[in-house]
Design a protein around this ligand. Structure first.
Ligand SMILES: Cc1cc2nc3c(=O)[nH]c(=O)nc-3n(C[C@H](O)[C@H](O)[C@H](O)COP(=O)(O)O)c2cc1C
Ligand code: SF4
Ligand code: SF4
Ligand code: SF4
Length: 630
């Protein structure tokens, strides 16, 4: 068993590996880095015999700038950091640049930025780095508007190293709570912070804990919900892959606050790296007495178990999750009773999202007032968003709630405002809203008819067909319906069929729009759980804001020129230079060579609308048309 002074020993050990006296190369080995070739880089750098232990090579998590992966940082013994990004092109030349940099000739090629530790040898997170030189202005802009409170360690520490977590202040909130605060104090602090659950509904975390703690049942349970299944959202995965101990510490603190004796992490099995890092974190914590009996020598004991979820979207819904954990089918049930009064096996159960839990250590260390220093009155603190779609710099970011969409999409993401038509907020059941400058907080997003969800943000440019996008999202939700209620099961399938009739030109009148609206509202009203209730949001919001696109589809026209059954490809003969590119690239021989002035023409009956000719023609003489019915 260790006592808090042992945390000091762990911290010293972590400090040595985090801020060593030799040059140290860290490679981003989260899923985004791996998919861009980071493992290969790591293998080659680790195998460099001549370095022996003069240059250290190791793995870290994700810094957030996923667009520039693989990302590599070099720390020199004087506390300088050189960040390199290879934008998916890590070849032998990039490898050579890192090698030279580690050997004392830092290269400016591929350099994103150079920073230094404000106090050399001391690092708690990215906030302790001071920018010295900008190699790529986009990289500096990516971080400028961010406030990385809970993601500060991501991409800087080795997620497998408990000592590095402790060296960056980890588990000191736990020690503080166990030895200086009563469980009620912890609940009071969380309640005073105004923290709202980051898993979607935005329920007040302090309130939830209070309800569970008031239960007469002494056996209480806490579950970290890591079943993140929204397409386009990966904040929980990024946290678990890059800084699993922060979630674990939050989970232990939540358990202490409600006096739970058992805790679980419910994590989707499609996140193998997150599962692996979590398992390692749990056993490392147990090995030094941070989990198990009498944690850190206090009177509090806790076991944490990991449960791999089967991976359906509906299993993330809390009642459905509780059923899965007892070996039943993943089907939600009607509340009340709420899990906080009767949850797993009938015991009071607190279910909290991964990001919610990662906020807890910060609140305990800095206090509720400091937590409220950023964000809005009703939505305090920061939020992680996953920025995707038509932006220059997709990635995962942390900003104060209430940050403007302009700051997020244009400054951080680098999108040109004139090119953006809409935003899909809150994952598949969030909403499709016009792009304008609005505040990213729970109330503002709800006032548009959408929901924040867990934080997916997809940017859609003017070439995107929003009717087709809404159809696609309804299709996803219909497939993910557990089938328990008629309106969700059959209503969503019918909605999808109606949307398909619009995108394939079979809808013959605008009557279908009224029907779409009516059915969507009926599904939302009659569905039992949040899946069915919110599945229709993309249809309702896009109908509200982009009705003219629906009306055009009802007339057989796709204004964005993307719905295949509604478009045609034509060759503008007057501009054609007879380069044959379209003729050669067409996979179905639909481009026919003609004689006379019309050199080429598209045989519509053979064209599969693959766009290859359009994208290949070097002279821009392929035209896409969507005439519609008169
Ligand atoms: C269909 C559906 C899927 C959900 N998936 C998740 C999920 O993956 N992770 C999560 O934390 N919450 C998810 N939720 C919300 C949870 O039911 C629950 O509200 C949340 O875990 C509570 O934690 P919080 O208060 O910290 O947000 C989902 C809800 C629905 C309706
Ligand atoms: S609303 Fe849909 S997902 Fe939820 S319980 Fe009903 S059928 Fe299942
Ligand atoms: S869109 Fe595809 S199939 Fe049609 S003509 Fe062009 S290349 Fe051929
Ligand atoms: S690719 Fe363009 S320029 Fe070349 S033959 Fe086709 S239409 Fe003409």
């Amino acid at each position: 068993m260790i006592f808090p002074c042992h945390l000091q020993e762990l911290a010293e050990k972590g400090k040595k590996s985090l801020c060593p006296s030799n040059p140290k190369i860290s490679i981003g080995l989260a899923t985004c880095g791996r998919s861009s070739g980071a493992l290969d880089l790591e293998k080659k750098l680790t195998a460099r015999q001549s370095w022996k232990s003069e240059v250290l090579v190791g793995g870290v998590g994700c810094l957030g700038a996923c667009y520039a992966e693989p990302l590599v940082s070099l720390r020199t013994p004087d506390g300088r950091y050189y960040f390199y990004g290879f934008h998916g092109q890590a070849d032998s030349n990039s490898l050579w640049q890192i090698i030279r940099a580690a050997e004392g000739v830092p290269s400016t090629r591929y350099l994103l930025a150079r920073a230094r530790e404000r106090q050399p040898g001391t690092l708690q997170g990215i906030q302790d780095l001071e920018l010295e030189k900008v190699g790529d202005p986009g990289f500096a802009l990516f971080f400028k508007a961010q406030a990385r409170r809970i993601t500060g360690r991501c991409g800087l520490i080795n997620p497998e190293s408990l000592p590095e977590y402790v060296a960056t202040g980890g588990y000191s909130a736990l020690a503080r709570a166990l030895f200086q605060l009563q469980p009620e104090d912890v609940i009071a602090m969380v309640a005073a912070s105004g923290l709202r659950g980051r898993g979607g509904a935005g329920f007040l975390t302090g309130k939830k804990w209070e309800l569970a703690s008031l239960s007469p049942d002494p056996e209480r349970i806490v579950i970290a919900n890591a079943d993140e299944g929204d397409p386009g959202a990966y904040m929980d995965r990024a946290l678990l892959e890059s800084d699993p101990h922060s979630v674990l510490e939050g989970l232990i603190l939540a358990s202490y606050a409600v006096r739970a004796s058992r805790a679980y992490v419910f994590v989707r099995h499609e996140y193998p790296l997150a599962v692996q890092n979590l398992r390692r974190a749990i056993s490392a914590a147990r090995a030094v007495g941070i989990l198990g009996k009498q944690i850190l020598g206090s009177g509090f004991s806790l076991e944490v178990h990991l449960v791999e979820s089967p991976g359906a979207f509906v299993c993330g819904e809390e009642t459905s999750m509780l059923r899965v954990m007892t070996g039943k089918r993943g089907e939600p049930y009607l509340r009340p009773p709420y899990p906080s009064s009767a949850g797993l096996w009938g015991h009071p159960t607190v279910v909290n999202n991964v990001e919610t839990l990662a906020n807890i250590p910060w609140i305990i260390l800095h206090g509720p007032d400091a937590f409220r220093e950023v964000g809005t009155e009703k939505s305090p603190g920061t939020k992680i968003f996953c920025l995707a779609g038509d932006v220059k710099r997709p990635g995962f970011i942390e900003v104060p709630l209430g940050t403007s969409t302009r700051a997020v999409i244009e400054e951080i993401g680098g999108a040109a405002p004139s090119s953006i038509k809409a935003l899909q907020v809150g994952g598949p059941s969030g909403g499709i809203v016009p792009y304008s400058d609005f505040s990213l907080d729970y109330e503002s997003v709800a006032s548009l008819g959408a929901i924040m969800g867990s934080g997916g943000l997809v940017v859609l440019n003017t070439n995107r067909c929003l009717v087709d996008l809404a159809r696609h999202l309804v299709d996803f939700m219909a497939r993910e319906s557990c089938g328990k209620c008629l309106f969700c099961r059959d209503g969503l399938a019918e909605l999808e069929a109606m949307m398909t009739s619009l995108t394939n030109g079979e809808a013959r009148s605008e009557v279908v729009l009224a029907e779409l609206e009516e059915l969507s509202k009926a599904v939302a009203d009659m569905a039992l759980c949040g899946l069915g209730k919110t599945a229709v949001n993309p249809v309702l919001t896009s109908l509200k804001f982009f009705r003219e696109e629906y009306e055009a589809h009802a007339r057989g026209k796709c204004p964005a020129l993307t719905c295949r059954p509604l478009i045609n490809f034509e060759i503008i003969s007057s501009q054609c230079r007879d380069c044959r590119c379209c003729y050669l690239v067409c996979p179905t021989d639909a481009v026919k060579r003609r004689g006379g002035r019309e050199l080429y023409a598209v045989a519509q009956e053979h064209c599969i609308k693959c766009r290859a000719c359009y994208e290949t023609c070097p002279f821009g003489c392929i035209k896409i048309t969507s005439e519609g019915r008169l």
